[in-house]
Design a protein around this ligand. Structure first.
Ligand code: MG
Length: 383
């Protein structure tokens, strides 16, 4: 069993005055959430344990409270003490290996996690590192002075991986001494540490400049696209209002069914869920659950968007076709696109809404109901 131990007990307020650094949003998701998701979804990782400051519980719940995680471990006065407490908490769980990671490195890639995990098959400890390429000089009287050799220097990153028992014992023996990372703790106890290639994009976010840099990295990263499809039908009822794509037709009979029966939003929700292969609307909101009776279907759409964001996805475009004889959609089309723009956070030139009749044929032609088709395109970070 291989567990990721994520350290988020830092007090750093250089990123934002109103919250600790692990909880600052990075392109829409808290830094800690990005770090946790990187490990939680990794096939080589069996579980994730987070260590936090006891005063940050509220932030923790907001950031990752909905994910399947064990309760957080309360950290100590230093990073080293927090790591030791995290390891002690894992001791009873039979972990064979542990990957200790700083929450402040949210851009850790799946490939890097895999490299560290694979190195642990052959070594008791392995950590990612990068060579130093810049010339290093000593600061002498406030000015650049003598050059230092960079030949034998490494910049250490996380996750640092260890055979569980050996790092737990090393931490116990080194308690009270001061090491800036877990490799330092291991080395002090004579554990041999291997290194694997780190990644420049695995930046540690400690200043507002780092945060902007990380945002630029995310924006510039290569992305792949996935397309999801959704379809839904609802039968007409006797009473108004009809709600289509978030727009109400007060004088037209409405539709029967789940929630406000917004057939267009249901098809669109299914299409977005499909981009992350997360089932359909009924998987997440069972139709027999009375809570959703008459509910605004925007609620379902928001849930699908949250699942998409968690998967690292970004919605790029949607295309919806409504199939109905009446009412005419044309006069309300722009209102629908404006409402969808609000709900989806997309500009209207990426929101296509079309409508057609079915020439009097079939159940749509007989005016018995409305059908909707939707296609959603989302982009995802590669790797
Ligand atoms: Mg439906």
């Amino acid at each position: 069993m291989r567990i990721a131990l994520i350290l988020a007990a830092g007090q750093g307020r250089r990123l934002a005055a109103d919250r600790p650094k692990a909880y600052v949003p990075l392109a829409g998701l808290p830094v800690l959430r990005r770090s946790v998701l990187a490990f939680l979804r990794h096939p080589e990782v069996d579980g994730v344990q987070v260590v936090i400051d006891p005063d940050h519980r509220r932030w923790y719940e907001q950031a990752v409270g909905d994910l399947s995680l064990p309760p957080p471990v309360m950290g100590g006065a230093s990073r080293q003490e927090s790591a030791r407490r995290g390891l002690e908490a894992l001791a009873a769980q039979g972990a064979r290996q542990v990957l200790i990671h700083d929450a402040a490195r949210p851009l850790v890639s799946g490939g890097l996690i895999r490299r560290v995990a694979e190195a642990l098959a052959r070594h008791a400890a392995a950590a990612p590192a990068l060579p130093v390429v810049d010339t290093l000089r000593r600061l002498e009287d406030g000015r650049p002075g003598a050059a230092l050799s960079r030949e034998n220097l490494l910049r250490m990153q996380t996750p640092q991986g260890f055979a569980f028992q050996s790092i737990l014992e090393a931490h116990r023996r080194e308690a009270g001494r001061s090491h800036s990372d877990d490799v330092g703790v291991a080395l002090a106890q004579g554990v041999e540490v291997a290194w694997v290639a780190g990644e420049e994009r695995n930046v540690k976010i400690t200043t507002p400049g780092d945060l902007r840099f990380a945002e630029e990295l995310l924006r510039a990263s290569p992305r792949t696209h996935r397309t999801g499809f959704g379809y839904d039908v609802h039968r007409f009822a006797d009473r108004p209002p009809l709600v289509l794509l978030g727009v109400s037709f007060a004088d037209h009979p409405g539709l029967l069914g789940h929630s406000d029966a917004d057939v267009g939003l249901h098809a669109l929700t299914d299409a977005i869920l499909a981009t992350v292969a997360a089932g359909d609307i009924g998987t997440h909101f069972p139709p027999d659950d009375l809570r959703w009776r008459g509910a605004d279907s925007a609620h379902f759409l928001r849930r699908a968007l949250a699942l998409l964001a968690d998967a690292g996805g970004r919605l790029e475009h949607v295309d919806i076709t409504l199939l109905l004889e009446r009412p005419r959609i044309g006069p309300r089309r722009e209102a629908m696109r404006a409402r969808l723009s609000e709900l989806l956070g997309l500009p209207t030139d990426r929101i296509s809404v079309k409508a057609t009749t079915s020439e009097g044929l079939g159940f749509v032609g007989r005016g018995e109901g409305v059908a909707a088709y939707a296609v959603a395109t989302a982009s995802f970070l590669e790797g």
